[in-house]
Design a protein around this ligand. Structure first.
Ligand SMILES: Cc1ncc(C[n+]2csc(CCOP(=O)(O)OP(=O)(O)O)c2C)c(N)n1
Ligand SMILES: CC(=O)[C@@H](O)[C@H](O)COP(=O)(O)O
Ligand SMILES: [Mg+2]
Length: 647
């Protein structure tokens, strides 16, 4: 039996010797590589926190001492030591183990939101509640150096620094990277530390001091102050924290369980907020990860567990690929175009633009609010910024879009990848909110391209819009084949016109948005089989609503909208409102995502569970048409012979 087999809860860690901890760390690393290479997931981050997580659970009494993981993608080891080892073959799968903390899974999991930089605020609030209620336990927050670049983290630190007896331990897991090396002034200092020839000396001195006496705050600074001045400079961050009034312990070798444990013990005994600075390596123990310059296997699909090479490489183009290529082309044609990423250069495809135009590419860290308002500043200065984010992460910067960009009528383009249902990353990763939020911004232009040609055209149009924000959003799916228009009415592309059968009504207008245009065409196939007339359109620019769409609605007996966004506040509901204001009485039925936090599952599973499939939507529409005409639905739909629609 392996040591790992004996660990079914944190208490099983308590009696282990130093040698056993080393063996257990090795077994956990082998387990992570074996499991995650098969399921996909955040392999690199979790390989980097093995010893840290063991030290945390040996020092603190979870769940009575809550351990809150920022973003939560690095909580696999936490899950392993809290009794969920056997769930890993189902990682990120429907009804399987979540890839992030999950309150439904375990009492040891406290926070599920995967939007970075929030852990310190949660922990600060929880610690205040403990103090008010006389709860003598500690709250621990584990935050990465990347997440520490987020504004919320500094808002929390400002409050923590002013609260001398808060029972809070902040652990900074500093591996020097988000996906790529972490950017910003703080990161620059830390990189200096890590590359300093005296790096080992610093760790050794701190380790010896931590062993000997409480080394917190000014003591740490004095000790380090004794080292050559050159080193002290690179250790400014600990000075920075101490100067803020937060006690600092570190830097600690994050792969030395006992050294981390002693530092955590001291922090725990201090009696007020302490920041423990732990240095780790993302991907540790897996050379393919450690040597991967792009992201050190921040997140992987199914890979070979020895070489780390992907087990399958899709030939099909992604939306990200199309965007990356076209933006670089745009950058050559227009030197006003600049690009901004929030620590996701490769995932958003901006690396191509950055390679050609490094001086016009900005990585601001995980700081979407800063990204948006900095873009507003760039636009004020005559540039045309393109801010590339994952759709769900724009939520964090809605006010900046509304007021810092929209109110000032500034030409900023937002390119939102992973729009719609992403699925396996769970509730806070689905890009299902943006159209509902953004349709509130006066003057904003939004398009959900249906194919690569429309995406290219949209980019070229967007960078010419100089008096309002423009938004282009697309999903995580592969790009479907081009869908040519058979006609155009105003700015609206007509994709299909099938007249009604004899005596039937004026037919159904099906409005498809973005990736779900494929679904709309699948619905049309089924309506035509039933003799129902149908017109399928793509609004192209969904916001503002094109007057031509209003006239098309007026001439049909029913309008059906299909979008990969919340129904509430989505583009369908916006069209409904515009039709109402125009006095168009055609009934409208909006299909989209319900106002719920969705469980983790594949995109296809969730679309099917939500009834966002051609057959389900067609069935509803046929019932609606039958209900309105009093005619019974024609023979039941035969699905066996139908190919699944893109969705
Ligand atoms: C608000 C927000 N923006 C972007 C992301 C995407 N994201 C997930 S993890 C990650 C990098 C995190 O880096 P760090 O905090 O240093 O943790 P590490 O992976 O290095 O352990 C990013 C950018 C996110 N989860 N939340
Ligand atoms: C944790 C996080 O926010 C990202 O790493 C996310 O997992 C990215 O997922 P994809 O890039 O695979 O869509
Ligand atoms: Mg990091």
């Amino acid at each position: 039996m392996s040591l790992l087999d004996t660990v079914n809860g944190p208490r099983d860690l308590r009696g282990l010797s130093a040698e056993q901890l080393t063996q257990l760390s090795e077994e956990i690393r082998a387990f992570l590589i074996h499991q995650v290479s098969r399921t996909g997931g955040h392999l690199g981050p979790n390989l980097g926190v093995v010893e840290l997580t063991l030290a945390l659970h040996r020092t603190f009494d979870s769940p009575a001492d809550p351990i809150i993981f920022d973003t939560g993608h690095q909580s696999y080891v936490h899950k392993i030591v809290t009794g969920r080892r056997d769930g890993f073959p189902t990682l990120k799968q429907k009804n399987g183990l979540s890839g992030y903390p999950s309150r439904a899974e375990s009492e040891h999991d406290w926070v599920e939101n995967q939007h970075a930089s929030a852990s310190l605020a949660y922990a600060e609030g929880l610690a205040k509640a403990f103090r008010l209620r006389g709860n003598r336990h500690h709250v621990v927050a584990v935050i990465g150096d990347g997440a520490l670049t987020g504004g919320m983290a500094w808002e929390a630190l400002n409050n923590i620094a002013a609260d001398d007896d808060l029972p809070l331990v902040v652990v900074v897991n500093d591996n020097g990277r988000s996906y790529t090396p972490t950017v910003g002034g703080l990161a620059r200092h830390l990189t200096g530390l890590r590359t300093s020839p005296r790096y080992e000396q610093v760790l050794d001195v701190v380790k010896r001091q931590v062993n000997r006496a409480p080394l917190v705050g000014s003591a740490a600074y004095d000790v380090l102050h004794g080292i050559k001045a050159g080193l002290k400079d690179v250790l400014a961050p600990q000075g920075m924290y101490s100067d803020l009034g937060i006690k600092y312990v570190g830097p600690i070798d994050g792969h030395d369980v006992l050294a981390v444990e002693r530092a955590l013990q001291q922090a725990k005994q201090f009696g007020g907020p302490v920041l423990v600075h732990v240095l780790t390596h993302k991907g540790r123990g897996f050379p393919a990860a450690e040597n991967n310059e792009e992201d050190q296997f921040h997140t992987v699909g199914q890979i070979d567990e020895v070489t780390g090479l992907p087990l399958s490489v899709s030939e099909r183009t992604t939306w990200t690929d199309v965007f990356a290529e076209e933006l670089e082309r745009l950058g050559r044609a227009d030197d006003r175009v600049v690009a901004i990423t929030a620590a996701m250069l490769y995932p958003t495809g901006l690396h191509r633009f950055a390679a050609s135009f490094p001086e016009r590419t900005y990585d601001v860290g995980i700081a979407e609010q800063h990204a948006v308002t900095s873009a507003a500043g760039l636009a004020l200065g005559g540039m045309h910024p393109v801010v590339a984010l994952y759709a769900t992460f724009l939520n964090r910067a809605f006010d900046q879009v509304l007021m810092d960009v929209g109110l000032h009528r500034l030409g900023v383009t937002f390119v939102l990848d992973r729009a719609g249902i992403t699925g396996n990353d769970g509730a806070s990763h689905n890009g299902m909110w943006d159209m509902s939020m953004l349709q509130l911004v006066p003057g904003l232009h939004l398009t959900a391209p249906r194919d690569a040609t429309r995406l290219r055209e949209a980019l070229h149009r967007a960078v010419t819009i100089a008096d309002a924000p423009s938004v282009i959003r697309y999903s995580k799916e592969k790009v479907p084949e081009d869908v040519p228009a058979v006609d155009r009415v105003g700015g609206v592309d007509v994709l299909r016109r099938s007249p009604a059968g004899d005596g039937a009504g004026s037919g159904v207008l099906v409005v498809g948005y973005g990736q779900l245009v494929g679904t709309a065409l699948g619905v049309a196939d089924r309506l035509v089989d039933q003799g129902i007339g149908v017109t399928v359109v793509d609004p192209v620019w969904a916001l503002p609503v094109d007057p031509a769409l209003v006239e098309l609605a007026r001439s049909h007996e029913l309008v059906v909208t299909i979008e990969d966004n919340l129904v509430v506040g989505g583009c369908g509901s916006r069209l409904l409102l515009v039709l109402s204001e125009a006095g168009v009485m055609t009934p409208v039925r909006c299909f989209g995502i319900p106002q719920e936090y969705l469980p983790h599952a594949s995109r296809g599973e969730l679309l099917s569970d939500l009834g966002l499939t051609p057959q389900d939507i067609a069935r509803s529409v046929i019932e609606l048409v039958a209900g309105s005409t009093g005619e019974p639905a024609h023979p039941p739909l035969v699905e066996a012979d139908r190919p699944p629609a893109e969705g």
